[in-house]
Design a protein around this ligand. Sequence first.
Ligand code: KIV
Length: 258
Amino acid sequence: MIKLKIKNILKKKNKKLIISLTAYSKTISEILDKYCDLILVGDSLANVLYGLKNTHAIDLKTMTNHARSVMLGVKKSTCVVDMPKGTYNTKNQALRNAKYIISKSNCDAVKIENYKNNSLIIKHLVKSGINVMGHIGYTPQFKEKFKPSGLSKLEQDKLLREAIKIQTAGAFSIVLECVETKTSKLITKTLKIPTIGIGSSVNCDGQILVTDDILGLSGFYPKFVKKYTNLKKIIEKVTKEYRSDVIKKKFPRKKNSY
Ligand code: KIV
């Protein structure tokens, strides 16, 4: 299987849609790998796996450990890892931490949420040979309350400016999170790099969702999520059956015993 490089992701712009999902472990990444172009080790794991109220407290070591696990299951997809909040406040700190994530996990790129002058951080990382994905719109590391963006002309102009700045800084792609339909269309049409949408309509070069959400595991179902199955219910059913088997001594059988 040929590994998709950053240049392959870039080449998909205006040709093929980029299929992306999140993974936090090898168990999941090895299933997704065949069907995805890009796998993101998202810091959404703070909420989804660790039960935290936001993504703010997740640290570099935790993200790196999950990235290592995910990479064990990745053969084909490009793997991007979120840099946690507080790990890219300055150029030097960002470079040190991006190098740490990449050297420990062997992932392909890091993702940085947009905030103030973060495009300068992106520029510094790219100049140092690091592949970077940007992230605009709803940026959970820097916003307390969920809100879609790009609804007014003023917001649309602001988002477009931010997207262009990130592209100029050298990012290879950009996540648009909960960006209004016409605004995501304008940004996607204007940029040369691919846009990956989450809650940002069909007008993007690719789509991403949190895998636990589409599996019905996370309990988080805003309108931009499509819940494809209810794994929570399936796990509950299996657990109930197992409990009953143990109580009735139906498990373990002879064939399960040494
Ligand atoms: O952390 C995450 O999973 C993300 C995606 C929602 C884009 O940033």
